[in-house]
Ligand binder design. Structure first.
Ligand SMILES: Nc1ncnc2c1ncn2[C@@H]1O[C@H](COP(=O)(O)OP(=O)(O)O)[C@@H](O)[C@H]1O
Ligand SMILES: [Mg+2]
Length: 409
């Protein structure tokens, strides 16, 4: 999630100041002051300290004249837009100007003052994220991953859990952990996501990554009655909803109504036995990096026990992009796949989509799992806004639900 979006959702300025100061104190054994400012700062403010530039649109915080290679992962993410290729040329032009020694100051919107100054700042880049910030250090070839102040520790714990328990998976290696348990450092990966590589090798990379995911799914699978799994989900959704302070009363009613309709429909299957397993939880191509024949899977903060097809559905639906969610869901429902997708579906463990009842049940269940994802991800009391985004999501989810019900079985 970009800093421009984070600033609309939460007091990111304050969160950033506290997070970075706590990290620097723990990591460097010395108190640091981090101060987020508007562009207008007077030069006495920066005596004995260091001025960083923040450009929220490219999700970057860096110093003027920094080593251009620090932007490689940002550029890999934003320079091409697989959904809207016509935008790519303009994006590349903007990225260039926003990172250039001369124009970066003009295009950046905020200043961050750090005192005492950090060593070797030109090889460092700080990027924003949903629950964590990252400090990429090219000179050390590592990335510091830091939990945002006021965010749930589970997001760090899950990253550590998967590395400890699934050693066969290709996940960036951890170098060291902080004393205060809010950060760790991991290897810096140079790769780019498979959907941003324009060749057949992207499918090969994806296939290899999927094989690792299959092993995790098969090793950790559990059979349980749907009713058992559903009761936990239901509990989380309904209590989570109460905790979203900024959501208007009528919006809460709407969200509850959509959720209850799906849950009622699922009750028809409550005695079915389903297979759940430990899933990645956000398995879209943006969370995969490839370089040559090596691949890494990133971003395990949403991992956990879910229906065994969860990661497949996320991959096919690109469900984190709200725009066009319903259209993509319809394609899935009506089996409009290319041969590559067909192949992945046929090889996924414990999946029986040829049976229409099974498919209907797993898609209904997925909608509730999605609701859970969006509700529990928004219960942080620091958030002051995201209302429109949630409602937009629920409009799409509601349309998906209605289309499942039209499905003949
Ligand atoms: N170890 C790493 N080395 C290089 N780049 C990384 C590394 N980890 C993450 N990134 C970059 O940072 C982006 C965001 O990281 P991610 O863990 O997916 O967090 P989130 O999507 O929650 O913000 C990734 O898409 C990738 O471009
Ligand atoms: Mg990610």
């Amino acid at each position: 999630m970009k800093i421009s979006v984070l600033l609309e959702r939460e007091p990111f300025e304050k969160i950033f100041e506290k997070t970075l100061a706590l990290f620097l104190e723990d990591h460097l054994n010395k108190p640091h002051i981090v101060s987020w400012r508007s562009k207008k700062i007077v030069s006495r403010d920066i005596k004995f300290s260091q001025k960083w530039l923040c450009n929220p649109l490219i999700n970057s915080i860096f110093v003027k004249g920094s080593n251009q290679n620090i932007f490689n992962s940002i550029n890999g993410e934003y320079a091409t837009n697989p959904m809207k290729p016509w935008r790519s040329r303009f994006q590349r032009f903007y990225l260039n100007l926003s990172q250039n020694k001369i124009t970066s100051s003009i295009l950046s919107k905020y200043r961050i003052i750090i005192s005492p100054p950090l060593k070797d700042p030109k090889s460092k880049l700080i990027i924003g994220g949903n629950n964590k910030i990252r400090l990429i250090d090219l000179a050390e070839n590592r990335v510091y991953v830091i939990l945002k102040n006021g965010f749930d520790k589970k997001y760090i714990d899950k990253e550590l859990y998967v590395r400890e328990n699934f050693k066969y998976l290709d996940i960036p290696k951890i170098y060291n952990k902080g004393n205060n348990a809010i950060w760790y450092s991991e290897e810096y990966i140079k790769g780019i996501s498979p959907n941003r590589i324009s060749s057949d090798s992207d499918n090969n990379s994806l296939n290899k990554v999927i094989m690792g995911i299959h092993k995790m799914l098969v090793d950790n699978k559990v059979s349980q009655p749907l009713s058992e799994y559903l009761s936990e989900l239901k509990q989380r959704v309904l209590s989570g909803l109460k905790d979203i302070n900024y959501l208007k009363f009528e919006d809460k009613l709407y969200v509850t109504e959509v959720s209850k309709k799906i849950l009622n429909e699922l009750d028809k299957y409550s005695s079915n036995i389903i297979t759940t397993s430990y899933c990645h939880g956000d398995f879209h191509q943006g969370n995969i990096l490839c370089e040559g024949d090596k691949n890494w899977i990133l971003d395990w903060e949403n991992s956990g026990q879910k229906q065994i097809g969860y990661d497949l559905i996320i991959l096919l639906l690109e469900s984190r992009i709200v725009n066009g969610f319903y259209m993509r869901f319809s394609k899935l429902l009506n089996n409009q796949f290319n041969s590559f997708q067909m192949n992945i579906i046929n090889n996924w463990p414990e999946l029986n989509w040829k049976n229409k009842e099974f498919k209907k049940m797993s898609l209904l269940l997925f909608l509730i799992e999605e609701i859970d994802f969006h509700i529990t991800g928004n219960t942080n009391p620091l958030f002051f806004n995201n209302s429109n985004k949630i409602i937009e999501r629920f409009n799409e989810i509601k349309k998906c639900f209605e289309s499942i019900n039209l499905l003949e079985t």
